[in-house]
Design a protein. Structure first.
Length: 112
């Protein structure tokens, strides 16, 4: 099994766990989790570096808090695009992004 596929499944599982913990984030099916995880992965690998490059002064001024806000924006954006995955507002998106990052990091420790 390739590492890419395994990390994609881990990200989908982390998204599923996040949706079960955070009120305001809902997932209808495993398929929705897989699509949302794939879209988040694409955004984080392609769009995020570009945005980070242009917003590094904000990152500096906020002492590193701005990337957490970006994670929340990306999660909210994906929640509006993927059918079966709903994020109801920016606060659940921000909390969900923090928890999603934590759960993904923990699960990735076991994937290596």
């Amino acid at each position: 099994m390739s590492v890419f596929f395994l990390r994609w499944v881990v990200s989908a599982a982390a998204l599923f766990l996040t949706a079960s913990v955070v009120k305001g984030i809902y997932l209808n099916s495993l398929g929705s989790a897989l699509v949302a995880a794939a879209l988040l992965g694409i955004i984080n690998s392609i769009i995020r570096p570009i945005i980070n490059f242009f917003t590094w002064p904000l990152n500096f001024l906020t002492l590193g808090v701005f990337p957490f806000l970006l994670n929340g924006v990306f999660l909210f954006f994906v929640g509006n695009i993927v059918k079966g995955f709903t994020v109801e507002g920016f606060l659940p998106a921000l909390l969900g992004a923090l928890i999603l990052g934590f759960i993904t990091s923990l699960l990735n420790l076991f994937v290596r």
